[in-house]
Design a protein around this ligand. Structure first.
Ligand SMILES: [Zn+2]
Length: 425
């Protein structure tokens, strides 16, 4: 679970270990994305990797959000380019600790290879074709710092196999991948400061995959996933994914299908198709935490509002209604389409036609339902047509909030949780 941040401070990255059935001492591939906050191809790909892949016969470790703070700001690097901080770095640098932490993971004895994901401009070509296709472009290539690693590991051979795998699945011939060797040790003073070169000089096989910024996000994600799969195949790591790798499916996955956010364990919001602004959102000042079933979903305070982002993309502003939280309510009996069922607080319930909440020692507020003189909306059969569209949380006006409040005489009501109603056709 991640804690909400308030201040303009760097945020720690997350590390996921995909090695179901295997002890973690198996040699691991470390996949890193999000070192630059404005390269969403990488962190959308690793988010899908974490959520939708299973790994066997080997380990894959994933850091999807190395520069989480810059991702939230959709900025290459709020504190400068993080990928230039791996040679020398002053202790006063705000990202000093993050760099130490990721170096430690790179140097972990279980990690034998590193794959670093970037979105690069144009399309790399060995020689000049035009302004978009030339040797100074970075898009759609696989990058190594040198051809071999201390004479015993052939980086060029391995990456060539990965490139071959990618090129066997091209969407368009323009996208064809090449190997780009930066020959960093021969005086490339910029690349010398990079993450992959730090790994290389520490005897770890390190590669970068660049997907072109000239491609739409879904295609960048497609090529990053191909490079990860090519690398796993090259290492004999077996994997399964729960979807067919094509653009249509990637589209669904990056557009928040089945993505949620859970706040303080008593609110669960479905994020698919969420409205850009949600008003009067119950908020406990200074004491909000969250988690999501999707690694790159984040909740944070921004001025007077709270915001939900998916990677560098804004999903919703929550306009706070400040209140105390109460955690005494666990389940609520609700009559859903004429059947009474127990529903845990902080969940989403699907229904077709109507609902009714039997009397409860809590005040019930169905957001979007209004009838004169009623304080608590219990014992009333409510249908979708009784709810006002503008109070729904989604753009299709199908999802509504029920909020529960604990009442104590002489004191302000405390928010005791939420259930989301999801009307299905
Ligand atoms: Zn980059």
């Amino acid at each position: 679970m991640f804690i909400l941040f308030v201040n303009a401070e760097p945020i720690n990255f997350s590390l996921y270990k995909l090695d179901s059935n295997n002890p973690s001492n198996k040699p691991a591939l470390l996949v890193i994305s999000g070192i630059q906050g404005d390269e969403p191809g990488g962190f959308n790909a690793t988010s899908i990797l974490i959520k939708h892949y299973k790994v066997y016969d080997g380990s894959v470790w994933v850091v999807p959000n190395l520069n989480q703070y810059s991702i939230l700001r959709n900025n290459r690097g709020i504190y400068g380019d993080m990928n230039r901080k791996f040679a020398k770095l002053d202790k006063s640098d705000p990202e000093y600790q993050i760099i130490q932490d990721i170096k430690k993971i790179i140097l972990d004895e279980n990690v034998i290879r590193i794959l670093h994901l970037h979105d690069g401009s144009g399309f790399y070509r060995e020689s000049y074709v035009n302004n978009l296709l030339n040797q100074n472009r970075w898009g759609n290539c696989s990058v190594i710092d040198q051809g071999t690693l201390f004479e015993y590991n052939d980086l060029n051979d391995n990456i060539s196999q990965v490139v071959e795998y990618i090129n066997g699945n091209l969407l368009d011939n323009l996208h064809r991948y090449r190997v780009k060797n930066t020959n960093t040790a021969d005086g490339d003073t910029e690349q010398e400061k990079s993450l992959t070169y730090f790994a290389t000089i520490n005897k770890k096989m390190a590669f970068a995959n660049e997907a072109s910024k000239s491609l739409p996000l879904n295609q960048r994600v497609y090529y990053h996933l191909l490079s990860i799969e090519g690398m796993m195949k090259n290492m004999n790591i077996k994997f399964e994914r729960d979807f067919d790798l094509d653009i249509k499916n990637i589209d669904k996955l990056i557009n928040h299908e089945n993505t949620n956010i859970v706040i303080n364990n008593i609110i669960e919001i479905p994020l698919h198709n969420i409205k850009p602004v949600i008003n009067y959102f119950p908020t406990q000042k200074g004491n909000m935490n969250f988690y999501s079933n999707t690694p790159i979903v984040w909740l944070f305070e921004d001025g007077k509002n709270y915001r939900i982002k998916h990677g560098n993309k804004n999903l919703a502003y929550l306009k706070p209604f400040y209140t105390e939280f109460d955690y005494s309510l666990k389940n609520v009996s609700i009559i859903i389409d004429d059947n009474e069922v127990e529903i845990p607080i902080g969940t989403i319930v699907s229904l077709k036609d109507s609902f009714e909440i039997p009397p409860l020692p809590y005040r019930i507020n169905v957001i979007g339902y209004y009838k004169d003189g009623i304080e608590s909306e219990s014992g009333i059969k409510i249908k979708k047509e009784n709810l006002i569209d503008k109070f729904s949380i989604d753009k299709d006006n199908k999802k509504y909030r029920i909020e529960f409040y604990k009442q104590t005489k002489g004191k302000e009501d405390k928010f005791a949780g939420m259930i989301i109603l999801d009307f299905k056709d």
